[in-house]
Write a protein of this length. Structure first.
Lengths: 661, 385
């Protein structure tokens, strides 16, 4: 009764206060923009009068290259003598080198036959016979392409990095899963780390560890551990409270609750975390070739820098194969968990595992007896030559003069001169304060004042660092690529949301595309478009498309069927349904798609520095190549700021679950 | 409050020996959620209605000043609509939710004074709970779920599995031991939950709306299962429900809750026959009264000559049974016989009054001599003088 009386009282009070202010309260976006315009009207004339428009004023920059140069010099000269390096970083570095070396020797010791059978056996135990075949065939293909040794190098680095990431991620995740305070501190850090481009992690690591395997492994760990930590924490926190209560009601101790209920309940998240960690580690292990990781990534890197597409492809295919095998195997393991054990009883549990171990051992011994440690040279297929011939043919026939569409190189140059150049000159031509204002307006309308403040500060930091121009260059590439991604992505997604058939067709394609490391995308675009900014943008589009299509399709499909049915029963046309029901209801997914597009595109545009996209990515590469770490570090910091700004600008108010796969 | 008054009213005349060793003795229990919750009980805010309390203090009193005893061997039903505080109340009993104030004793031992080890002991051996959403561990088989309570007590694998297999069979799930919970129907899952609670052989079983998530037919079946278990073992049960018919079916006594307090506490017959206030009256309005009220409440003293004729019914027979007896015999009245002694008669008018609801709350006063209700596990009907 009391509640019934209280409710009618409320509308009356709000009704009384109705007025212009109330109208603004109903439209918070307008209110925010009005307030911002008010602030701008006061501040802009002052700022403009003092420092002028155009690009970021000299007076407001802080030249960090001198102090940073001092720091790097100090580190370089003290690396072998200072106790901090001798007794801390030195030990880490040695441990990493030793373990990578150890794993590599074990892999070589197993021989190619042993490794292939071992991979197949593990895949068979955790994921079934089909994946065992896939794994076996993939490893044989790696050998066949003449890439056995680099594959083993990459694998050795991966094994060490993934183990370290998983341990680190689990510990952090446990702490954040069990303690609210740790979670509150760790969550924004982990969230932010996940939106930063891989390149940004390289330089600080190089600064401390120098170029080489230890730096590469540590960069990989830093990049790959966050998803494990995040998902562990989320899994532990997301444990069904009903189950936890039931377990408590039976008198379980804290340790029993954790071990017998909370951890097992989170096993899906734990495996998903393992899957993501492995995929990110592979992605980074390949990119880390830039700082001396060796292996497959190095082959691709070397080939790309001499525009040898054939050699790049020969090294790229094993990367894709590794990615597919690792992803599918861990994913299938995740799906299988909790299901009934299948297969003949003889092969279940430890029996199956011991059989797998026995077969591996037998094959490895047999391989050694036959002296088959390294892949036999006679058994390789050199695809580099034919691929390069094909590429030359493409250069001759597809680059220019194709009727109607024009050549690919034409397309690229049109894109550069017609879209990228005007956009870049537009951005650099904008007064710097107006860029800040636009960032603030965007971030504030869809987010909170906190996200807006972070975005503006990040943008201002770029200016202070003195890399305003290259950052605007990078930003123009990102914006152009994001626009293309969104147009294509939304178009395809609307189609896929409507047609079951198209979605079924797309699914396997998207699956494969989403597993491939960013680095690999550079190979085909270089073949098609040559080098420059347009190919980098194209790679970014291709890399970001699958995620955008997937999120948007799911969002459009996930619209409440009752609402759709209601619209149909009122006689709405498909177009009306889309515009008036699906898109408004799927708004959170669409915003998430935009956010993902921005983050993913930025990552690849930065890597594009390797294929001539210039700007921030190139400065990082240059800094690494010339040992000029100060330049590289400043560019790296600018990348972090740019990533932070772009993420915050596209971040919807309510923090949502980031797309997990 | 009304609850305590009703309680005090029933205690002196209640079934003999029932109050010597109550399983749970709850006195003035409060549970307040919100900032500075511990200041609410006993303050001037304590008697405010929920909306005003929230307005004034930002707190919500989920359980307010509740007192009752759960007697050995009875099914004590706590009934109320959602938000009435019944689920919070049952969780307070084993301190799954820490009460804000009041006293609470199990078998005479103060629960609120227990340290963690002692409390674990209580949860492991003395009170086991069955949950609305089952709370089964999805990664374990049925057998291992049932054995879970024994596992955390540290029993060996063979021991706990043997005991669990016994209970799986007892709740009618034999043959499904190796299934996962996700492969079972809702009813079957709740049987697993029931078996898990029974496996630790607790002295009292707590049910938190255990059948609300089930289909009506399955619910009925599960209620029968509980009645059967109770008849066979005589275990004390505290049963939370929002379903009046379930409460009337299972309850030895029912506590009706509203806004955190007990509005009325009594036998199903008392609740239906003499509602304490308009809220309870509204609540029980649609109950078929003739199926709940006994002839003892409907009878009148026998007039001369009426003691010789007519069918004999027991005082605890329901009115609908009496109607059937009267209409079969063709006699105008039925005699209410308690162990060969005539205690009253019911005629057409008495019976029709019950069906029509015109006897109203005067019914208890109309009852004749007090009698000793047997403290039987199922449906002991007691009549207050």
């Amino acid at each position: 009764m009391a509640t019934a009386q209280a409710t009618p009282a409320r509308p009356v009070t709000t009704g009384a206060r109705r007025g212009p202010l109330a109208a603004l309260r109903d439209r918070p976006a307008t209110a925010k923009l009005l307030l911002l315009a008010l602030v701008a009207a006061v501040v802009v004339p002052l700022v403009h009068g003092r420092w002028g428009g155009g690009i970021w004023p000299e007076a407001l920059t802080a030249d960090l290259s001198a102090p940073l140069g001092d720091v790097t010099d100090w580190i370089v000269s003290n690396r072998d003598s200072h106790p901090l390096f001798l007794y801390f970083f030195g030990h880490i570095s040695n441990a990493v080198v030793l373990s990578v070396r150890g794993v590599y020797l074990v892999l070589l010791g197993l021989g190619w036959a042993g490794v292939t059978v071992f991979a197949a056996a593990v895949a068979w135990r955790v994921a079934g016979i089909r994946l065992a075949l896939t794994a076996g065939v993939s490893f044989l293909l790696c050998g066949l392409l003449g890439m056995w040794v680099p594959t083993m190098q990459t694998l050795a680095l991966m094994v060490v990095a993934v183990l370290a990431s998983v341990v680190l991620g689990l510990l952090l995740g446990l702490a954040a899963g069990l303690s609210d305070r740790v979670f509150r501190i760790l969550r924004p850090v982990l969230d932010t780390m996940q939106v930063l481009p891989a390149f940004a992690y390289l330089l600080p690591v190089v600064l401390v560890f120098g170029i080489g395997v230890p730096g590469a492994v540590l960069a990989t760990v830093v990049y790959a551990a966050p998803p494990m930590a995040r998902l562990t924490a989320l899994g532990l926190r997301g444990a069904d409270s009903g189950v936890m209560e039931a377990v408590t009601s039976l008198g379980a101790t804290g340790r029993q609750r954790l071990l017998s209920a909370r951890l097992p309940l989170a096993r899906k998240e734990l495996l998903l975390g393992l899957n993501q960690t492995i995929m990110m580690a592979l992605s980074m292990a390949v990119i880390a070739s830039v700082i001396g990781a060796g292996g497959l990534g190095d082959r691709v890197y070397q080939a790309l820098s001499s525009v040898d597409v054939g050699a790049a492809l020969a090294a790229g295919i094993p990367i894709v194969l590794l990615a597919v095998v690792l992803d599918r195997t861990t994913e299938a393991a995740g799906r299988r968990i909790g299901a009934e054990p299948t297969g003949p009883a003889l092969l279940r549990g430890w029996r199956g595992w011991s059989l797998a171990a026995a077969v591996t051992a037998a094959v490895a011994v047999a391989g050694r007896a036959a002296d088959g440690q390294v892949w036999p040279d006679g058994l390789t297929v050199a695809i580099a030559g034919p691929v390069n011939t094909a590429k030359d043919w493409m250069v001759d026939h597809l680059y220019t003069g194709v009727p109607v569409v024009g050549g690919t190189a034409d397309l690229a140059s049109h894109f550069t001169s017609g879209v990228l150049n005007p956009l870049r000159s537009g951005l650099t031509g904008l007064p710097w304060w107006s860029v800040l204002l636009i960032v603030a307006a965007l971030a504030w309308t869809i987010g909170t004042w906190r996200t807006a403040a972070t975005a503006v500060l990040a943008m201002a930091a770029i200016g202070v660092l003195g890399v305003w121009e290259p950052s605007m260059d990078t930003l123009s590439q990102v914006l152009a690529a994001v626009a293309v991604t969104l147009v294509i992505g939304f178009g395809v997604a609307v189609g896929a949301a409507r047609s079951e058939r198209l979605e079924r067709l797309l699914r396997p394609v998207l699956d494969v595309f989403q597993t491939m490391p960013q680095f690999v995308y550079l190979i085909p675009v270089v073949a098609l478009f040559g080098v420059g900014r347009a190919p980098a943008a194209a790679a970014a589009v291709v890399y970001a498309l699958p995620a955008v299509i997937r999120i948007t399709t799911q969002g459009l499909r996930g619209v409440d069927p009752a609402a759709m049915e209601c619209a149909r029963s009122l006689g709405a046309t498909p177009g009306q349904q889309l515009r008036q029901v699906q898109i408004p209801l799927a708004r959170p997914s669409l915003l998430l798609a935009v956010n993902q597009a921005v983050v993913l595109v930025l990552a690849v545009v930065i890597i594009g520095g390797l294929v001539g996209s210039g700007a921030l990515g190139y400065e990082v590469v240059l800094g690494l190549a010339q040992g000029d770490l100060a330049t590289g570090l400043v560019a790296g910091a600018a990348i972090v700021c740019l990533g932070l700004m772009l993420d915050r600008v596209t971040q919807p108010t309510t923090r949502r679950q980031r797309q997990e796969s | 409050m009304t609850g305590t008054e009703t309680l005090k009213a029933t205690e002196p005349t209640g079934s003999t020996g029932a109050d010597e060793n109550p399983v749970f003795a709850v006195r003035n229990l409060w549970k307040v959620f919100g900032p500075k919750a511990d200041r609410i009980p006993g303050s001037e805010h304590a008697s405010l209605p929920p909306a005003e309390l929230r307005e004034a203090t930002g707190c919500t009193a989920a359980v307010r000043d509740v007192s009752f005893d759960v007697r050995k061997g009875e099914v004590f039903v706590v009934m109320g609509l959602s938000g009435s505080g019944k689920s919070t109340l049952v969780r307070c009993l084993t301190r799954l939710i820490e009460p804000t104030s009041g006293t609470l004793a199990i078998d005479g031992e103060d629960v609120l004074a227990m340290d963690r080890a002692r409390l674990r002991e209580l949860r492991r051996h003395r009170a086991a709970m069955v949950f609305q959403h089952f709370g089964l561990l999805p990664h374990r088989s049925v057998l291992d779920n049932v054995a879970y309570g024994l596992e955390i007590q540290g029993l060996s694998k063979a021991e706990r599995r043997a005991k669990a297999a016994e209970l799986v069979a007892k709740v009618g799930l034999a043959g499904l031991e190796d299934r996962r919970p996700s492969q079972l129907s809702g009813g079957q899952q709740q049987r697993v939950g029931l078996a898990r609670a029974l496996a630790v052989d607790p002295s009292v079983l707590l049910f938190d709306e255990p059948f609300s998530a089930l289909d009506p037919l399955i619910r009925r079946e599960m209620q029968d299962e509980v009645v059967r278990l109770h008849r066979e073992e005589g275990r004390t049960m505290v049963f939370i429900t929002h379903d009046l018919s379930e409460a009337l079916r299972l309850g030895t006594r029912i506590a009706l809750m509203r806004d955190g307090g007990i509005v009325q506490l009594g036998t199903p017959e008392e609740i239906v026959g003499s509602p304490a206030d308009d809220y309870v009256r509204e609540f029980v309005r649609d109950v078929p009264r003739e199926q709940v009220l006994t002839v003892a409440t409907a009878m009148r003293p026998a007039l001369a000559g009426e003691s010789e004729r007519g069918p004999a019914v027991r005082p605890d027979a329901t009115v609908s049974e009496a109607i059937e007896a009267v209409s079969r015999s063709g006699d105008p009245v039925a005699r209410v016989m308690d162990g060969g002694r005539l205690v009253g008669v019911v005629d057409h008018a008495c019976l029709l009054d019950v069906v029509a609801g015109t006897t109203a709350s005067a019914a208890p006063e109309a009852s004749g001599t007090p009698h000793d209700a047997p403290d039987a596990p199922d449906g002991s009907r007691e009549v207050t003088a």
